[in-house]
Design a binder for this molecule. Structure first.
Ligand code: FES
Length: 163
């Protein structure tokens, strides 16, 4: 796998139709903009500019406000992200337990840098602070699933589950 920044997730008409359908559920409710963006982001794990335009039009909210909300909250991303988000802990307890070797191996296997998305749009790797599972450090999350007590040799089999 090699990383091609921005190669992921083209905004085809089918995708934009889905965005329109979701946004329509919030028509006339501009106060629910955050909820609408949350639902739209669930389609592709990020909010393409074209999707924000659709949301702005359907909710009758200025595009600048929609973009402002989408870039204010850390739970939203306007940059392309993969179908699965890998969050790997860089806090001290995980670091002490060997997180660096795990991180290096993970990035090497995926062919990306930290923050990058694989060319097939399957994975995005993000660094995070404590995941709250220090008892099983070093740890990472893939979507909502936690993996702990990691050694580099565990990664191949874990990643295969998501292919
Ligand atoms: S420090 Fe890594 S999970 Fe807490």
């Amino acid at each position: 796998m090699t990383a091609v920044p921005g190669a992921a997730c083209q905004c085809d008409s089918d995708f934009l139709s889905q965005v329109e359908r979701i946004a329509s559920m919030y028509r006339g409710k501009p106060e629910d903009l955050v909820l609408a963006l949350h639902d739209v982001q669930a389609l592709r794990n990020y909010l393409p500019r074209e999707a924000l335009r659709v949301v702005a039009r359907v909710l009758d909210v200025p595009e600048s406000r929609v973009y402002g909300v989408a870039t204010f909250y850390s739970m939203f991303s306007t940059k392309p992200r993969g179908r699965h988000i890998i969050r790997i802990c860089e806090s001290a307890p995980c670091h002490v337990m060997g997180a660096k070797e795990v991180i290096d191996s993970l990035l090497d296997q995926l062919g990306v840098e930290m923050g990058g998305t694989t060319a097939d749009c399957l994975f995005t790797v993000e660094a995070t602070s404590c995941l709250g599972v220090c008892g099983v450090a070093p740890a990472l999350m893939i979507d909502d699933e936690v993996y702990g007590n990691l050694v580099p040799g565990d990664l191949f089999e874990i990643l295969e589950r998501y292919k």
